[in-house]
Design a protein around this ligand. Structure first.
Ligand code: UDX
Length: 453
């Protein structure tokens, strides 16, 4: 059992802190935002993550987790200090390290001279950040203070962050201080996954490379989807067919309107920036981002085509969040798609089960926010599916059809079975799916060839 400080009570910090306290440690969360700390101390979680508020409150009641705005209350008694502040994109595309630098300064000033402190970089930080944190700590700490820096990147997905933290595929620890890395490893001793010890820059690079690779898989399958559409193949079966090859794997091969969220777009851009200032030309990364931008543009063009010109038409948009089970709209496809629909003269009605409040702050006033999915479909000439929420899959499509002006669906996430929806009388267009059955048959040597078992 150790004393741990978590600096930054955002998404990564709260999940990390709550789980480490659950594992038996005494955890203090520090944040400069006094309103956020007051909320946390009152049992209110500032972010939406399944199970998190319950875990925070349980651990707070047990006296294992508390929150403060004061570094001096937390750092001196802690053996481990996790830096979990945000690293937003800066105008040049790299990561804005202001918050990390400020946190490192405050940590340095408060380091104990009684015991060695291990400072752990948990936030996603570009290669070289560990050295920067170490330099700041050296500048700020008292000469007798002993410390080490360890890079320990997180691989948490929004919506399943607690599960991911408790069931990691691997733990990456980068440090030049082997003893410090092993001490951090001991915090995770109840996990059975492999632990990889590396130098700091390698650990930092693993995080960026992992996200870039996953983003590449998505852009790859979206490019295949375009080809599938052109030749009358079905990208869903192509995904299954290639994914069954163990070297490729089944995950992250769902074609759609591309990736969003707080990580993939930002991290791919930050890595592109790191490459460019390191005299490298990241061809693949550039293509991954370009295909992603294009997927959104093509989606609007598809909608435009389906309704025979968007001017004066009403589009019902289902989904605003960048993926299902979150209220997060950062870099969400909807934020590009909706303004483009409006600029082409469409009226836009939207519904999302969780992200309405966040979207209202950002989207133009002309957008009409609806109470439910049916209301968003009412009088619409076309329904555009932007987020793969489970509740959309199980909706009463017969009722939806009656409410719409014309029954057309452009499905950016392939949530519906085309045959079923077309059977109900909808004109249905997905991503990488033949427009109508006859189109795919045109390309089959014989219509009876079994292509699906
Ligand atoms: C991601 C990484 O998975 C996580 O390890 C990292 O720490 C942070 O970034 P997250 O942003 O929560 O997590 O979302 P994720 O579930 O990975 O999805 C990212 C985006 O890709 C979403 O917009 C999703 O809709 C899209 N996606 C995902 C696809 O379009 N197709 C797929 O097959 C998978």
């Amino acid at each position: 059992m150790s004393n741990i400080t978590i600096v930054g009570c955002g998404y990564v910090g709260l999940v990390t802190g709550a789980v480490l306290s659950k594992l038996g440690n005494n955890v203090i969360g520090v944040d400069i935002d006094s309103e956020r700390i007051a909320k946390l101390n009152a049992g209110i979680c500032p972010i939406y993550e399944p199970g998190l508020v319950e875990l925070i409150n349980e651990q707070s009641r047990n006296g294992k987790l508390r929150f403060t705005t004061k570094y001096e209350e937390a750092i001196p008694d802690s053996r481990f200090v996790f830096i979990c502040v945000n690293t937003p994109p800066s105008p040049h595309g790299g990561a804005d390290m202001r918050f990390v630098r400020n946190a490192a300064r405050e940590i340095g000033r408060n380091l104990s001279v009684q015991h060695k402190t291990i400072v752990i970089n948990k936030s996603t930080m570009p290669p070289g950040s560990g050295d920067m944190v170490e330099a700041i700590l050296s500048e700020e700490a008292q000469p007798e203070a002993e410390f080490a820096v360890v890079a320990n990147p997180e691989f948490l997905r929004e919506g399943s962050a607690l599960h991911d933290m408790l069931n990691p595929d691997r733990i990456v620890l980068g440090s030049k201080d082997q003893e410090a890395a092993e001490a951090v490893a001991s915090l995770y001793s109840s996990f059975t996954c492999p632990i990889l010890l590396t130098n700091i820059r390698t650990a930092e690079m693993i995080k960026y490379a992992a996200n870039a690779f996953l983003a590449m898989k998505i852009s790859f399958i979206n490019e295949m989807a375009q080809i599938c559409e052109a030749i009358g193949a079905d990208v869903r079966q192509v995904s299954t067919g290639i994914g069954l090859d163990k070297r490729i794997g089944t995950y992250f091969l769902q074609a759609g309107i591309g990736f969003g969220g707080s990580c993939f777009p930002k991290d791919a851009q930050a890595l592109e920036y790191v490459a460019s200032i390191s005299d490298c030309y990241p061809r693949i990364l550039k293509a991954v981002l370009e295909v992603n931008r294009e997927s959104r543009r093509k989606f609007v063009t598809k909608i435009d085509k389906v309704v025979g010109g968007l001017y004066g038409k009403t589009v019902g948009v289902w989904g605003l969040a960048f993926k299902a089970n979150t209220d997060d709209i950062r870099e969400a496809p909807a934020l590009d798609i909706i303004p483009e629909l409006l600029s082409r003269g469409a009226n836009v009605k939207v519904y999302d089960p969780a992200a309405m409040e966040n979207a209202r702050r950002i989207l133009p006033e002309r957008v009409s926010f609806c109470e439910n999915a049916y209301a968003a479909a009412e009088n619409a000439h076309v329904l555009a599916i932007v987020t793969d929420w489970e509740q959309f899959r199980s909706i009463d499509l017969i009722k939806v059809k009656k409410l719409m002006t014309t029954s057309k669906i452009v499905d950016g996430r392939n949530i519906f079975d085309p045959e079923l929806v077309r059977g109900l009388g909808f004109e249905y267009v997905g991503i990488g799916i033949p427009c109508c059955p006859s189109e795919s048959e045109r390309y089959l040597p014989q219509a009876s060839v079994p292509i699906w078992h």
